[in-house]
Design a protein around this ligand. Sequence first.
Ligand SMILES: [Zn+2]
Length: 459
Amino acid sequence: MLSRVFLPIVIFWFSISTFSLAQNSSPYDTLARKIVTTGLQSGKAYTMLTELCTTIGHRLSGSPQAAQAVAWGKNKMNEMGLENVRLESLMVPHWVRGEVEEAFVIHPVTKEKISLSICALGGSIRTPAEGITAEIIEVHTFEELQSLGEKAKGKIIFFNRPMERSKIMTFEAYGGAVNQRGSGAIEAAKAGGVAALVRSMTTAVDDFPHTGSMGYVDTVKKVPSAAISTLDANFLSELLSKEKNVKLHLQLSCETLPEVPSANVIGEILGSEKPNEIVLIGGHLDSWDKGQGAHDDGAGISHTLEAMRLLKELGLRPKRTIRAILFMNEENGLRGGKNYAEKHKNETHVAAIETDAGGASPRGFGVSTDSIRFEKIKRWESLFEIIDADRIKKGGGGADISELGRQGIPTIGLRVDPQRYFDYHHSDNDTIDKVNERELELGATALAILVYLLAEEGL
Ligand SMILES: [Zn+2]
């Protein structure tokens, strides 16, 4: 029997759960199910991604393929009947890999030349035509490099700190290692080194070198910088532990050419009641010049286009405008994101969503905003249960929308299963066969549901 004290609590609890039941059986439940069913039965994300990967392939900013991708994206938006389809032009950096890219170690005892699997890091200067031959020295941190003092002078600095394998969220492991790639050349030069060789940013142990952006500063001498495959990094480390005076030969012919005009691609579903309030959704159209840029970020491009196509196919026009954007130059300059944020700073953005974590199974969303808006989005979690993507967590966005975040606009990133992403990321391994059709389509349905809710309900 219930005591008099507990009875009101029970009644209160009952009314709360009745209320949440009523919430759960909202009209959005039917809508979410419809979007998912349509996406799985007749989704086009995988077809679009296959087309982008196989007819255009990788598309680094400034390349002819990047220009083709811009035209392709605009065409797709027109085909699906988006409104206000347009290009917003901007200038992009133009770095090219060049023909020559090789490295070998010279065994100190046998004098044998052992070739290594390497590639230039994006933005690196070239070596002299004859290459650089110098003794190699291994470090794991910038502090360790600084503590070497004179010993680092004239050497090729080998940064060999792996991504932490025990981290479940591989993006965290990436974050813990990627400063070697970004600033390795600067730190190497500061220590008197003549080049930087960086362990590839992946937890996979294989023979694929992974490129990615690296930087220089005006106050420090520029030295060339390359990535080495994890398999060869392990080999080199073992050799260095056994032998003294191991020399490495490095030859790169990459260079930076004058900037090239390019564009962000934009298309909309105009809002029925508040067309001036915008929910932004996008990914980046450029990729590194390796593989086909399938997961990074062809997946995000096909997610974005398919989310829009699904809403069009189902005849859904929410109150606010949904604006899809295919950003240009995320990988080596972020010009697209910066250009958009500047050009549209006087418009009202409800939220900005980016999908740039690959095409694996969706898990949910990361949201960066105040607690009131966060809780509002969090209340939609149950609508994503049907696709097992109902984890709404704090903290999220994407590089292209980071500037919008700084302007105070809520930013949201699609979260997907992150275990395999870095096996492919920025390497020849990032090809269409690594993307699962159903996983990709599910990601697009998750985005279609969220973008619709935001545009219909506001924040
Ligand atoms: Zn990316």
